[in-house]
Ligand binder design. Structure first.
Ligand code: MCF
Ligand code: FE
Length: 407
């Protein structure tokens, strides 16, 4: 048994003072330090610095580790030139991205307090790193392929990767999962098969959806910049699906849709009604010039979102607190204190609910994943702790995963 105390604890009831948490790999009890010490006299007591806040470990629901080598290769500014540059540099970038580079990025995420991340994997190359990484990893095996001719082969390869992630050692904290790349890049036949696999094994399911204006135009009219892209690289001129058909394919299984920046109100309402959720990537959206997700309307629609970093293919760091700070700037019209609260919720309890994990909250019975944030001085008002956390934390001071101290 371990006991950790800090000046504040972020609980489902808000920031609470003068409490401590007793835990093994799960949270056993929350009470005053004296109470816990007398109840568990053998427990190791963990100190935290003054002005520390104990958070449930942060969760980054959407990241592409295999693009971790990108710094100045991919073109930013708008979506299609970016996609062209991915095609041009993908091989080199993936080749340059060895286990050391990827592990470095897992550690960078950890220093920002991330104890769980959702890794989108195109080739399965990241599995070894994700097994060794200290964090829990929702390992999203990506399905991609719009050409019916190669669909069976691609699906076969995809299923091999799914199986490999299903047979990882329990101690690796790998959670197998499925990612559909996008409506423009996945043939509806294999899409439905993959959704059925997710349903059968109850695997977390995710898909990039309505990220750019080009995607919308292509799916709606078979026109726009994606038309010349498909003509050039795949010698086709008709989309394999449309917005509705793609969305309906997920009707019976709650899915985490990434971006949705170009979704209209009716589509967002539909996603909400079916119990789906959104991964919101502020910096990726800004760097690829795709627009702003109107997060201010999501609450009324009952649509849950997480804030996530996406990969270094469309970002400058995988630090989740860098992402929240960028989000505060992107959504400049929103009341800042409330937004900071919503963001913290989005990377803790919301993210855990979205991924179906028993963490993300400091409450009895939850998994003992924690991040300790140390504020530079005494917070003068409790209602601003979320904001000060986001603004002042470049790196957290301690991290625990599954009850073990990893930082
Ligand atoms: O989320 C961003 C932008 N939207 C789509 N895909 C990706 C993102 N970052 C990396 N990707 C990957 C995707 O997983 O890019 C590849 C896919 O494997 C290119 S799709 C031709
Ligand atoms: Fe992505």
């Amino acid at each position: 048994m371990k006991i950790i105390q800090s000046d504040y604890i972020y609980t489902p009831l808000g920031y609470q003072e003068n409490l401590a948490v007793a835990f093994t790999d799960t949270i056993k009890e929350i009470a005053t330090l004296d109470t816990l010490k007398s109840k568990y006299p053998q427990a190791e007591v963990i100190e935290t610095a003054a002005n520390s806040v104990l958070y449930p470990g942060f969760i980054n629901t959407h990241v592409h580790l295999e693009f971790s080598a990108n710094k100045t290769s991919l073109k930013y500014g708008s979506f299609m030139p970016w996609l062209d540059s991915v095609i041009e540099h993908r091989e080199d970038l993936v080749g340059d991205c060895d286990n050391t580079v990827m592990m470095g990025e897992c550690e960078a995420m950890m220093r920002s307090g991330v104890t769980t991340f959702g890794a989108i994997s195109s080739f399965g190359n990241e599995l070894e790193v994700c097994e060794k990484a200290p964090q829990r990893v929702v390992f999203y095996n990506e399905l991609i392929g719009s050409n019916a001719q190669y669909a069976d082969m691609l699906y076969g390869d995809f299923m091999e990767r799914v199986k490999a992630s299903q047979s990882c050692d329990k101690a690796s904290l790998i959670i197998p999962a499925i990612a559909i790349h996008s409506p423009y890049s996945v043939h509806p036949i294999i899409l439905q098969k993959a959704v059925n696999v997710a349903k059968q094994y109850k695997l977390p399911l995710s898909a990039h959806f309505l990220e750019s204006q080009a995607e919308r135009e292509w799916l709606e009219k078979g026109e726009g910049e994606l038309k010349s892209f498909f003509k050039k690289y795949f010698n086709t001129e008709v989309p394999v699906t449309n917005i509705q058909e793609f969305m309906y394919a997920f009707d019976t299984y709650p899915t985490h849709f990434t971006h949705c920046v170009q979704a209209n109100k009716v589509e967002l309402e539909y996603l909400a009604q079916k119990g789906h959720t959104i991964a919101h990537c502020p910096r990726s959206n800004r760097y690829l010039g795709v627009g702003r997700l109107p997060i201010e309307i999501l609450k009324d629609l009952g649509l849950k979102y997480s804030v996530a970093t996406d990969g270094l293919s469309s970002n400058d760091s995988l630090n989740i607190l860098d992402e929240l700070r960028a989000g505060l700037m992107l959504h400049h019209q929103a009341p800042i204190e409330k937004l900071a609260h919503s963001f913290i919720e989005s990377i803790t309890s919301n993210a855990a609910d979205i991924l179906g994990l028993n963490n993300g909250r400091i409450a009895v019975g939850k998994l003992a994943d924690f991040a300790v944030v140390t504020l530079p001085e005494v917070p003068k008002r409790e209602e601003e702790i979320a904001l000060w956390t986001v603004l002042h934390t470049k790196e957290v001071s301690q991290v625990f995963v599954d009850g073990e101290k990893v930082l």
